[in-house]
Design a protein around this ligand. Structure first.
Ligand code: NAD
Length: 249
């Protein structure tokens, strides 16, 4: 029960990495609020948790909407009395090189991946301050640390999350609010299913990963659990890379 008594809101918690984090945090004693666009998947994940004795609620939300964030945070406070942990996990990919990236795609990816993290953080801070502190966990990517031959808006958005995390950590340390980023490597999830389903891409990504396998959503959820728990009480402004060694090379 590593997060017993804590209340966590997980954006994009319906499936993939966010779904795994919701299940693990609930298993370790947290009450979880799953915020996602996907209503069926979100309700299904919440039901899996409650059916196995955990506490979970689903709130339909779009992370690009300030009003939706207000509703989701209000839902956490009215259901469970407070908010201790925010996992800014919702994200979309955008695998186009610079010249192939339209302004619309750039704006959409930045809105979900970067503005969404800013809005969630901004609205969670006063609620966490009232609770005496909290932990904000921003899901960036190895592609927020290094470049690649496939992507422009995605790299920019995840780089923004990395440095926004550090500034927020400095600005709110005095309030007991810790803010850290997580940088997953190549993970099998609904987001990457069709991409990783192409044998040559899968093989290239495994070959680029020293531990020689794809990541699982549960590999990332374990890092999220650590940052959510009091075990990481001296950790803020840091980058937790979970990538099988990919960026160590
Ligand atoms: P996923 O597509 O399986 O899950 C993302 C979730 O976010 C979905 O449930 C989706 O509905 C939700 N979402 C998307 N846009 C939203 C919006 N506007 N409002 C609310 N919810 C929204 O993807 P995943 O692989 O689990 O990715 C989770 C996070 O991890 C993302 O931020 C992603 O960029 C990051 N990441 C993933 C990988 C990977 O290889 N899978 C690697 C590095 C980083």
């Amino acid at each position: 029960m590593r997060v017993a008594g804590k209340v966590a809101l997980i954006s994009g918690g319906a499936r993939g990495i966010g779904g795994a984090a919701a299940r693990l945090l609930a298993l370790e004693g947290a009450a979880v609020v799953i915020g996602d666009l996907l209503e069926d998947d979100g309700r299904e994940t919440a039901s899996q948790i409650t059916d196995s004795g955990g506490r979970a609620t689903f709130v339909q939300m779009d992370v690009t909407s300030e009003e939706d964030w207000r509703r989701a945070i209000d839902a956490a406070v009215s259901a469970y009395g407070k908010l201790d942990v925010l996992v800014n996990n919702a994200g979309i990919s955008g695998r186009f090189i610079v010249e192939e990236t339209s302004v619309d795609l750039w704006d959409r990816v930045m809105a979900v991946n970067a503005k969404g993290v800013f809005l969630g953080t901004k609205l969670a801070i006063p609620v966490m301050r009232r609770a005496g502190g909290g932990s904000i966990i921003n899901i960036s990517s190895i592609y927020g640390l290094v470049g690649s031959d496939s992507g422009a808006s995605y790299h920019a958005s995840k780089g923004a999350v990395r440095i926004f995390t550090k500034s927020t950590a400095i600005q709110y340390a005095k309030d007991g609010i810790r803010v850290n980023s997580v940088h997953p490597g190549f993970v099998d999830s609904p987001m990457t299913e069709s991409y990783h389903g192409q044998p040559e891409i899968r093989e290239a990504r495994m070959a680029a990963t020293p531990l020689g396998r794809m990541g699982l959503p549960e590999d990332i959820a374990s890092g999220i659990l650590y940052l959510a728990s009091d075990e990481s009480s001296f950790v803020t402004g840091s980058e937790l890379v979970i990538d099988g060694g990919m960026t160590a090379q």
